[in-house]
Design a protein around this ligand. Structure first.
Ligand SMILES: CC(C)(COP(=O)(O)OP(=O)(O)OC[C@H]1O[C@@H](n2cnc3c(N)ncnc32)[C@H](O)[C@@H]1OP(=O)(O)O)[C@@H](O)C(=O)NCCC(=O)NCCS
Length: 151
């Protein structure tokens, strides 16, 4: 019997095409691939991961450690794989990674209208810390700042 093999690993340059597919299927204004390229090659502080299912990239997550705060830059699952707990598994592993690398908090911004992601974050104990007005440059939507202690 073939078992599905879900894995989270560091993002590599050869993943960028597939990460771009996840990004394009997720956002109206996706990050261009050169942003991911620069994050991997030029930003020594950035930590990027892909989630794979049977070796196929189905999602990704990025994190910047800022002092002892693990700041999530983005997380996305390909729409075909949502609602199957893969996002949750990916997020849990990122939290564990931050914890094992001496981070004391994990924080992120999320669109005010993005109740799906907010619900997932709440499951991991993240709470609202405030609002950043007009945070998103494409449409001026507010961001909700959320955080959790991971000490
Ligand atoms: C947010 C995202 C990564 C979640 O990934 P996912 O694999 O679909 O989520 P999971 O199946 O692991 O579900 C985890 C939790 O998320 C919430 N959730 C997921 N889908 C939901 C839906 N359709 N409606 C409401 N809540 C939902 C639930 O709390 C769920 O836990 P539960 O099933 O026990 O209630 C995914 O929806 C996504 O890529 N969204 C687009 C990109 C995005 O919004 N990223 C966040 C930027 S800050």
């Amino acid at each position: 019997m073939l078992m599905d093999n879900f894995l989270v690993r560091k993002m590599e340059i050869h993943d960028l095409l597939n990460v771009g597919r996840v990004e394009a299927a997720t956002y109206d204004n996706p990050w261009p691939q050169d942003i991911f390229f620069r994050e991997l090659v030029e930003n020594e502080h950035a930590h990027y991961f892909v989630a794979t299912l049977n070796d196929v990239v189905i999602g990704y997550c990025g994190m910047w450690p800022v002092v002892d705060d693990a700041q999530i830059t983005n997380i996305a699952m390909h729409p075909s794989y949502r609602g199957q707990k893969f996002g949750e598994k990916l997020f849990r592993q990122i939290m564990d990674y931050g914890m094992h690398h001496g981070m004391k908090r994990l924080s992120l911004e999320v669109r005010k209208s993005n109740t799906v992601a907010q619900r997932m974050y709440q499951k991991f104990g993240l709470v609202r810390a405030g609002i950043r007005k007009n945070y998103y440059t494409d449409d001026g939507e507010d961001a909700v700042v959320m955080w959790v202690s991971i000490e």
